[in-house]
Design a protein around this ligand. Sequence first.
Ligand SMILES: [Zn+2]
Length: 230
Amino acid sequence: MIKVRVAQCWDDGVFTDIRLTEILKKHKAKATFNLCSGLTSDESVPIRWMGADEINPPTVNTFYSGRVCKDRMMEVYGDFEVASHCDLHENAKTTDPNAFLESAMKSRRFLEDFFQKDCRGFAWPFGTYTDETAKLLTDAGFAYGRTTENTDDVLSYTDPLKLASNCHFMNRLFWKKYQLAKETCGVFYFWGHSYEMADFDPYWKNFEAMIAYISNDPEAEWINVVDIVK
Ligand SMILES: [Zn+2]
């Protein structure tokens, strides 16, 4: 009997999503990828370890997480859901609300055109939002907006544009929260950035074991994030 429906999402369209999606496909796990249209270029940018003197945005210390760009986007994300993460990862707290809406829509239109499917999901860059931007995104037809807040009851939201998840995928209470979700609301939702595992094989092995466990759990089934708010 199904006791928990499980959703996951991953941010920023980084090169390590290639390794991540191979694992997800192998274990038939659903996932949503939150992508920025303005950060895609024609050719993918691989991962590398940077010199300590280099600076670059999407990093874990000196790990440069690269990008999945247009040349591989269909191959990597075509079997999954994609959602807008703004055009250039703008911050809702420091961007003019109408400019923020335009950025969110620009990425959505890009993704809908590229993948030829509806794309009504959204994830707030930096996890930040304002009441005004949430309202604008609702009016524009976005189905939900994922924050970086945590909750033990994913279904307790009052505004789907302020959707919380149970936890980050590296949360040390991950399995406790998973078990609690089974016993209570019946939905478990986690998120992360694949670059947080960098090129450390033990992290990836552990992650694959997590995904395999959920896929093999007779009491669990994978859903897409948008299914949470349906
Ligand atoms: Zn992000």
